[in-house]
Design a protein around this ligand. Structure first.
Ligand code: FES
Length: 118
């Protein structure tokens, strides 16, 4: 077993978890409402700003408990931000609001961000 915390702390400031849960059920799940396309939109936005995987990691996850027929659920950690009903076309505005137009707010807390906006 290797502890790699320091290595990851050096590389990653934020992590976007995208629910891609797919289930055979009558209940809504992100896998049925465009999760793959939303995931790709997130990756593309970050790649275009040279922020993909460093400093912002992205991974898929199972159910986040925000299931909706309206779109995909994500969470951004360690900010403790949670969203549901995301469509791929929502991604640029959402990520710009979280990280800044060029992902320049990555290391800022939400409180820092609101101070900068006022
Ligand atoms: S299936 Fe995505 S939040 Fe539940």
């Amino acid at each position: 077993m290797k502890r790699r915390t320091d290595e990851q702390r050096e590389r990653l400031e934020q992590f976007v978890f995208v629910c891609t849960n797919d289930r055979d059920s009558e209940h809504a799940c992100c896998g049925d409402v465009g999760a793959t396309e939303t995931l790709e939109a997130i990756k593309s936005w970050l790649r275009e700003r040279n922020a993909f995987w460093s400093p912002i990691g992205v991974t898929t996850t199972g159910c986040l408990g925000l299931c909706s027929e309206g779109g995909t659920a994500i969470t951004i950690q360690p900010r403790n931000e949670w969203y549901s009903d995301i469509q791929p076309e929502d991604v640029p505005a959402l990520l710009e609001d979280e990280f800044g137009p060029d992902a320049e707010w990555v290391g800022e807390s939400p409180a820092d961000k609101s101070r900068n906006e006022s």
